[in-house]
Design a protein around this ligand. Sequence first.
Ligand code: ADP
Length: 743
Amino acid sequence: MCDHHAKVKVQLEQMKSFGEDGGKEGVDAEEEPLAASSPPASVSPEPCSITTACRDASNTCKHRGKSRGKVGKEDKSSCGRHTLQGSAPPAHVGKNLNRPGTLHIQGTGKILQGKSETNGNYVNIQPSKNIQEARREDGFKLAKKRRPVTVDTAKAKTSLEALKLSIKQLKWKEFPLGRRTACDIYWHGVSFHDNENIVSGQVNKFPGMIEMLRKINLSRAVRTMQELFPEEYDFYPRSWILPEEYQQFCTQSCGPLEHMIELIRMVKENDATVNLTFIVKPDGGSQGDGIYLIRDPSELKVMPSSQAKQAVVQEYIQRPLLIDKLKFDIRLYVLIKSLEPLEIYIAKEGLTRFCTEPYQEPSQKNLSRVFMHLTNYSLNVHSGNFVHSDSQSTGSKRTLSSVLYRLAAKGVDIKKVWSDIIALVIKTVIAVVPELKVYYQSDIPPGKPGPTCFQILGFDILLMKNLKPVLLEVNSNPSMRIEHEQEVAPGVFEYVPSPVDEEVKVGVIRDTLRLMDPGHKKPSISQPRAGGFEHGEEIPMDAETQEKSLDEGSLPSLCLKQVYPKYTKQFNYLRLVERIGALFIRFLGVKGNMRLGPTAFRTFIRTCKLSNSNFTMASVDILYIDITRRWSGAMPDSREAGMGLQAFVEAFFYLAGRRFKSLPLRQQVASLLELCEAQLESQSSVEDRRSVSCSRAMPRAVKTLGLTNPQLNSPAPLRRAASQDYRLHQRLRPRTLRANVEN
Ligand code: ADP
């Protein structure tokens, strides 16, 4: 056996869930296609057959029979037992077993009964009476110990099916029609506002997430980070917002200087393609709707003057990594467990979606071939070439692990790919968190009763031929359907179970619920890692056992892996805009506001001592008017007057540039932040000293509230100014919004 193959074999043996190592970098998977269904030999020493008992048919089959056509027959495979032939259990199967005779498949709720033989094969057996009895006793003790967690699923929409399965596996209690009294968890299908009357518990959506992740807002947030950290944020393609940046797009995309710079960059990146291609995506679009490719700005369908049709135009990645000559992208599920403190988890299993027509680099002839260029499932499912498959490693939708195995077997350094993907996710979340916090305090102001939030996001990631991951977009409502539409007869479509979707999505929902379990003793948040987060650093992909609570008995280990705060030390320096956001929120002053009025802006300048004889308060007012006017033009649908966070960040950059002229932007901003924070700190301590002397006479409850509510903690003059500002806002705000504003 040659050295390389021996190395691959050893590495694959070490891989637990995804595989963690590989050999050389930059191998094109297309060059030497592997047999799609052959998992690495070391992972599956013997071909075997696993039989999994189907879940309770009575509960799920009625949902599955949803049919668009007249075929009313239910798919028997969905309700019987399904057998995965030839897909052997990965090496990690069987880890963390709690009892003999139980086999857990990582990331799924599937539990196999049986025992391992010495040859590694698995033999199905019935659990012995003793085990059954022990289990019953366990359950009884458990039931006595704590009441089941309650979940309101009335608004779950298309995620209902996967949610029901998850709740069942956890033995929690579902309220499909809602509940008069409060539930522990509310599962919404679309937005935080699906149900307006929640004052406690936890909701699976953050306010403002949909808005934040629209294509334009995401591009803006990432671009702000690119200004500060160009190298760290080079995973997002160059983008322009239309129509407002039409002129820049024209000059930067085809201007002679830019063209030369672009050419040099591409040659450096080993990409000698001369003609650039761009992809135009309507803002707020999804599932590939309205997307088209162009090679010249004159081909834009969006009229430069029309405000109605906003879109993002983006550099098209011309050389994606191919498998079987097909372009594919990765759907990765990411849980934001909390904003404060920031906690991010990544699902160790994801999906890959394949195009259905062999890829060719864009040319004038093939620009409109959507099955070649767009990986959207919703588009490709309508191609005659779409392959529905029960196997997770074949067909047009596959598991991420099966693709990574395949790349590893070809010598790709998947450990590096995976660490690059983790870094991309953390950096993207860091880019959107500042504005999310503004939305959050507006909907759930501190001190007001309200639920806490968490959310599963869908990251769409493309691997370039050189294996660099590129962020395409982030979905605030990734599809959690576990069925897919299939044409069962000409023109007749039916929803049939999709084993690949079920495998991945039920694991993600169930483990999200486990992490959000209100009775779950908060696990010791894994220690931030010391040292660098270097490419090639070993990324543990197996179970994070410390996240497992003791009473979870027979559940598999978590398929969600904490990446933040785990890697705080490596990424915390990127959180500069969040600190600007904290200043912004502090000076908003009034609960429910999302925009800063002119008085509050002046107060910010005065409090932080940013004006002087060279920069008078008159200049401050001009700056405010100038920037606010420009941003209100850029955001025509904005309903509130005043300065939003993005405009405030622009003003802050300007102020930082004035103050620290000789430094690069990042240091300018960091220095100004330090200055502002120091000013506020010194004022707060003066304020604190004053309030200590006053508080001797104050009742205890008032003191406590003051400490927990930053608004009440702000210096008295600030609060006064803020409320004057608020009155101005009241005049400017449209009538419909006023009702929601707290006084
Ligand atoms: P939508 O929300 O409509 O799905 P996406 O941004 O995900 O919009 O784009 C749709 C598809 O277009 C992606 O799945 C991907 O296949 C392709 N795509 C998007 N952006 C790029 C890009 N910059 N380079 C290459 N392909 C892209």
